[in-house]
Write a protein of this length. Structure first.
Length: 306
């Protein structure tokens, strides 16, 4: 168990345990709204507010780098899909690669942090993760990584196919995305409050995939030698409102098409009370679960499984 400090005021404790064609018409997320959310979050106070909530992506990036180190290999370059400001890329040392390509649809996120924070040269590519092949040549990459970005992709199968197509035959794909049980506490609290106060519910927590779905999609995309595992990260917050504030500063607000983004004040107050009653900790804080699905695919014989 490890602790993260939030703005010097409140500990957030991480409790962890492990446990090429597609249908383009299936659109769930408003990608333009998501881009704007990320732009605003990265631009707020020149990125200072967002840096205080980097704790989740930084934690996942640390766990991803451990998996990358299990593959005893150096890459000519690494493509980071949905890189943001570089949570994962800045952890890559020169012994692992000579260059990093950071692909991100939010230009403000992509340029939030200076080059001096990276150990190897970085090339920033402003492009949508749903259209990788528009900016990356097929069979050009030895490794592709993605840290907490794929759960916002509308055509996940199509994105996985593009990732496979840009990889060289012996390339590595390493990814992490949020799973179906992410923020289940928030989801249930909002549903209880909306039913009580407004007589109906609207999706406020985005739908996400599970291990069965993602394993099937990876297979359909042409990946073999798969390793898929789940780790839950539970973060303690003073109340539901601090969680909502942090999600906004992360750029992780709701982007489901057709959903109602604003809630009445009394509904929010009722949701906070329901959150505490249903899921509250003895110390008065409330937990938020982030279920992370880790994906590793490699045809390399150098893969070491612990």
């Amino acid at each position: 168990m490890s602790c993260l400090l939030r703005r010097g005021l409140m500990n957030r404790t991480l409790a962890t345990f492990a446990d090429s064609q597609s249908n383009q018409s299936y659109v769930v997320f408003d990608r333009n709204a998501k881009r704007l959310q990320r732009d605003r979050a990265a631009a707020k106070n020149d990125g200072a507010d967002q840096r205080t909530v980097d704790y989740l992506r930084n934690e996942v990036a640390e766990r991803m780098i451990e998996r990358l180190l299990d593959v005893k290999r150096k890459y000519e370059s690494v493509l980071d899909v949905g890189a943001g400001p570089g949570h994962f890329s800045r952890l890559i040392e020169s012994k692992l690669t000579n260059k990093i390509l950071m692909l991100e649809m939010s230009e403000r996120s992509l340029h939030r942090d200076p080059d001096s924070e990276f150990d190897v040269p970085v090339v920033r590519i402003h492009a949508d993760e749903e259209n990788i092949l528009r900016v990356i040549e097929p069979s050009s990459q030895e490794a592709v990584v993605s840290c907490l970005s794929l759960h916002w992709i509308n055509d996940l199968l199509g994105a996985l196919i593009q990732i496979r197509e840009v990889l060289k035959p012996d390339g590595l794909f390493l990814g992490a995305l949020l799973g179906r049980d992410t923020l289940f506490e928030l989801r249930t609290a909002l549903q209880v409050a909306e039913l009580e106060r407004e007589g109906g519910i609207s999706p406020h927590v985005s739908p996400m995939t599970d291990t069965g779905d993602i394993t099937n999609l990876l297979g359909r995309a042409g990946f073999t030698l798969l390793t898929v595992d789940i780790e839950d990260i539970t973060v303690k917050y003073p109340s539901m409102f601090e969680l909502l504030e942090d999600l906004q500063n992360m750029g992780e607000g709701n982007a489901v098409i057709g959903s109602r983004h604003l809630l009445h004040r009394d509904t929010l107050i009722a949701a906070s009370a329901a959150y505490q009653a249903l899921h509250g900790n003895e110390d008065g804080t409330v937990p938020a679960t982030f279920q992370v699905i880790f994906l590793v695919n490699s045809t390399s014989t150098c893969l070491s499984v612990n």
